[in-house]
Design a protein around this ligand. Structure first.
Ligand SMILES: [Zn+2]
Ligand SMILES: [Zn+2]
Length: 335
């Protein structure tokens, strides 16, 4: 099968011809239709996440169709049927036995395996996945539109839930996750304030189009205090900036898996019961909830399409802030 593989950190992905994978016990094989590119993929390529398998097929926003089912072990729930269209997210396997798994926090499982990191992902014609960690795609979503829901949508949604009932919501870094979460937040009756890199008027216009009531860059004065902020950009210097923007009792949620160092800041801007927290990974429950909510909103994703072999081009465009919305690799052109 065709695949794009990463052999070492800091290298471009390279095209490879791999054996078609065979699903094992409890697994299904997915014929990949499309796979979204996520900023986490850049952190893997750049070596900022340090423990990937090599060689690796990256990609963890997979949409495809189950085309083979592995043997089931006794007592497991039925595997997904051949022909079912599924989405495969970052969380690929958990132990099911540790204190995190047993308390509804499988996102924190120490033994967790992640798609496109510990497990081969979706920048290939086929992916083999644990059937318990694949979600049926809601009706009405073409594969390329559904792909960004699998991480930008899902982890964005988990970040949004961490803001509680916050009405005035700031989004820092206006890419794939922010454009999805703007729509969900508006649907929930919240007000969205979008922050971009200085001078990025194209993303500011895009944010307003998606439903933000204000868009500007982080150097600008904001029109009013925020109740919460979500930082999607991997820039630690945004944490004190966002803390200064939130009202007393407000939370600043860091939605990314990697961030540059956070500069020191005066206690005064944390005082007043403000808090800073991270969001790590996702639970399957987040997946089920968000994929039920997305068609109700309805969430529409803005995508820029690339061929599988163009993934390095997509990576460099995402890195330099040139992707409006989400970058998606089209793997199967017979969609
Ligand atoms: Zn991701
Ligand atoms: Zn566990």
């Amino acid at each position: 099968m065709r695949a794009m593989i990463l052999e070492a950190a800091g290298q471009p992905l390279r095209p490879a011809e791999l054996e078609e994978p065979v699903p094992g016990v409890g697994q299904v094989r997915v014929k990949v239709q499309a796979c979204g590119l996520c900023r986490t993929d850049l952190h893997v390529v750049d070596g900022e996440l340090t423990q990937p398998k090599f060689p690796l097929v990256p990609g963890h926003q997979i949409v495809g169709v189950v085309d083979a089912v592995g043997d089931e072990d006794a007592g497991s729930s039925p595997a997904l049927n051949v022909g079912t269209q599924v989405g495969v997210p970052w969380l690929g396997w958990t132990c099911g036995r540790c204190s995190y798994c047993l308390s509804g926090r499988e996102n924190l499982c120490d033994e967790a395996k992640f798609t496109g990191y510990d497990l081969d992902g979706g920048f290939a014609e086929y992916a083999v996945v644990d059937h318990r960690f694949a979600f049926p795609i809601p009706a009405g979503y073409p594969a390329v539109q559904a792909a960004p829901l699998l991480c930008a949508g899902l982890i964005g949604y988990r970040s949004l839930t961490m803001t509680g009932e916050a009405e005035r919501l700031g989004l820092y870094g206006y890419g794939s996750a922010a454009h999805i979460i703007t729509q969900v937040a508006r649907y929930q009756g919240r007000r969205v304030f979008a922050f971009t890199r200085p001078g990025d008027v194209a993303s500011q216009a895009f944010a307003l189009e998606m439903g933000a009531e204000w868009a500007g860059d982080t150097a600008q004065d904001i029109p009013e205090e925020l109740d919460a902020a979500i930082i999607f950009a991997p820039a630690g210097e945004l944490v004190p900036i966002a803390l200064k923007a939130v009202a007393k009792g407000g939370v600043v949620v860091c939605g990314g898996i990697h961030m540059s160092d956070i500069p020191s800041f005066p206690y005064q801007i944390l005082w007043g019961e403000r808090s800073v927290r991270s969001v790590a990974n996702l639970t399957r429950r987040d997946g089920v909830e968000f994929l039920a909510l997305a068609p109700q909103v309805p969430v529409r994703t803005e995508v820029e399409l690339f061929d599988l072999e163009e993934v390095n081009e997509a990576i460099s465009r995402l890195r330099t802030g040139q992707i409006q919305g989400a970058a998606v690799m089209v793997v199967d052109h017979a969609l």
